[in-house]
Design a protein around this ligand. Structure first.
Ligand SMILES: [Zn+2]
Length: 115
């Protein structure tokens, strides 16, 4: 399942970051998921519960921020309302998706030993 490979990639990146900072564990992850990214947050959370076992993210919390789709004109850059013709009202140019397809690791909270 697609969500598992996403979660594994997120965990790998979080672990790399944790090691780079000599962190003991990862406390939490925050990801941004576009509504058009083809990812089900519920499935992502379920996959995370399974995949975090035995990693530095063993009791980390995953929070998901949903990002609404946004369109803009490819020619002049002005915003275009979703759900319509996806053509620019100002110049007639074609719309392109500028937000809503992302799967991004937004932030990682680490627990680091006091030195
Ligand atoms: Zn335009």
């Amino acid at each position: 399942m697609h969500e598992y490979s996403i979660v594994q990639a997120l965990i790998r990146r979080a672990e790399e970051t944790a090691r780079a900072h000599a962190a003991r564990r990862v406390e939490g992850l925050r990801v941004r998921i576009g509504t058009l990214a083809g990812v089900e947050p519920v499935l992502l959370l379920a996959a995370f519960e399974v995949c975090r076992e035995g990693t530095l993210l063993g009791d980390a919390e995953l929070s998901i921020e949903s990002v609404e789709a946004q369109w803009a004109c490819r020619c002049c850059g002005c915003g275009i309302a979703a759900g319509g013709a996806l053509r620019c009202e100002a110049c007639g140019g074609p719309g392109q998706l500028v937000a809503g397809s992302e799967i991004e690791l937004d932030s990682i909270a680490l627990e680091v030993d006091d030195v």
